[in-house]
Design a protein around this ligand. Structure first.
Ligand code: MN9
Length: 294
C-alpha cells in the first residue's frame, strides 16, 4: 500500500440518488490522471457513506476498484454500526483488490471506550484485509483516548489510523510509539503540521480538486523545504475557506462538475447544489488556475 496523498473519493450519483456508473468512472479517473493521487479512500465521509444504503455502498466500492484498474492504492471505508454489513463489505473489498479497509468508530450512542476497543478488535480479527482505524470524533460523536488507540494499534491486523482530529500531541506520541504503523492525517488544513510530525500520508476531501497542491506540501515537508510547503498549504487553506464558506459537499460537487466531472447532486438529507455553491466553485477553479501547480 502506497504512502502519500489519498483522495477521500467523492461518490457520483444520478438524479434518483443511486450511484452513477459514468460519474464514478469520471471521478476516479480524474483523481488518478489529473490529481495524481497515490490512493483513493472509497466510501468515506466525503463519499456520503453515512447517507447511503448497503447495496449502493457495495456498488461504489466495486466500481471504484474497477475504474482504478490497479493504478493507485485503495482503501475501502466500511464503517457502520452493523457488524454483518462491515464484514460483508470487508470481504467484497478483498475480492475487489483493495489494499486495506478502514472503519469509522461506531456512531450515535455514547459507547464506552472498552466497547469501541472490542468492536474494532472484532473487525480486525475477522477482516481479510488490514484495518485502518477511522478516528473523526467531530463528526462521529464517538471519541476514544490515546490509550485506547494505542492499545488497538498493537493488534497485528490494525495497520494504522486515519486521524481526523486536532490533538497533535496524541498524534506525535502514537507516531513515535508505532514507527511501523501507518498514520494518515485527515484535516486538509492541517496537512503540513501533520507531515512535519512524520505522518505517512493524508486522506482528504479537497484532494479531489487540488490534489497536486497536497502532493507538493507533503513532498516539500519531507524534503525539509518549509517555504514551499507553507506556500502550498496556504493555497490549500484558501481553497478550504472557499469550500467551507459555501458548504463543503455541494461546493465540492459543483467544482468537479465545473471541471467536467459529472458527479451529480449530493444525496439527501444534504441539499441540492445552488447558485451560491456554483459561484464558490467557479471562484475555486479560478484560484486554482491562477495559482497553478508549480
Ligand atoms: O476526509 C475530510 N473530512 C470531512 C476528511 O469531510 C468531514 C476533510 O478532508 C475535510 O473535509 C477538510 C475540510 O475541513 O479538511
Amino acid at each position: 500500500m502506497r504512502k502519500g496523498i489519498y483522495s477521500a473519493l467523492v461518490n457520483a450519483f444520478d438524479e434518483s440518488g443511486r450511484p452513477s456508473r459514468e460519474g464514478m468512472r469520471a471521478v476516479v479517473r480524474y483523481n488518478i490522471e489529473r490529481m495524481g493521487v497515490d490512493g483513493l479512500y472509497v466510501n468515506g465521509s466525503t463519499g456520503e457513506n453515512m447517507n447511503m444504503g448497503f447495496e449502493d455502498r457495495m456498488t461504489t466500492l466495486r466500481w471504484a476498484a474497477e475504474d482504478a484498474n490497479g493504478e493507485c492504492s485503495l482503501i475501502a471505508q466500511i464503517g457502520s454500526n452493523v457488524i454483518e454489513d462491515i464484514l460483508a463489505l470487508a470481504r467484497a473489498a478483498a475480492d475487489a483488490g483493495y489494499d486495506a479497509v478502514s472503519a469509522v468508530t461506531p456512531i450515535y450512542y455514547q459507547f464506552a471506550p472498552e466497547e469501541v476497543v472490542s468492536w474494532y478488535r472484532r473487525i480486525a480479527d475477522e477482516s481479510p484485509l488490514p484495518l485502518i482505524l477511522y478516528f473523526i470524533p467531530k463528526l462521529s460523536g464517538t471519541s476514544i483516548g490515546r490509550g485506547e488507540l494505542s492499545l488497538l494499534l498493537e493488534h497485528e491486523n490494525i495497520a494504522g489510523v486515519k486521524f481526523t482530529n486536532t490533538d497533535f500531541f496524541a498524534l506525535e506520541r502514537m507516531r513515535s510509539a508505532f514507527p511501523e504503523k501507518l498514520f494518515f492525517s485527515g484535516f486538509d488544513e492541517m496537512l503540513l503540521s501533520a507531515a512535519v510530525l512524520g505522518t505517512d500520508g493524508a486522506i482528504g476531501s479537497t484532494y479531489n480538486i487540488i490534489g497536486p497542491w497536497a502532493k507538493k506540501v507533503f513532498a516539500a515537508a519531507q524534503a525539509g523545504d518549509l517555504e514551499t510547503a507553507r506556500r502550498y498549504q496556504g493555497a490549500i487553506n484558501a481553497a478550504v475557506d472557499i469550500l467551507l464558506g459555501a458548504g463543503l459537499f455541494p461546493t465540492l460537487k459543483a467544482a468537479l462538475a465545473e471541471a467536467g466531472v459529472p458527479v451529480g447532486e449530493c444525496r439527501a438529507p444534504m441539499g441540492r447544489i445552488e447558485e451560491k455553491h456554483r459561484a464558490a466553485a467557479r471562484a475555486l477553479l479560478g484560484f486554482r488556475e491562477r495559482f497553478g501547480a508549480e
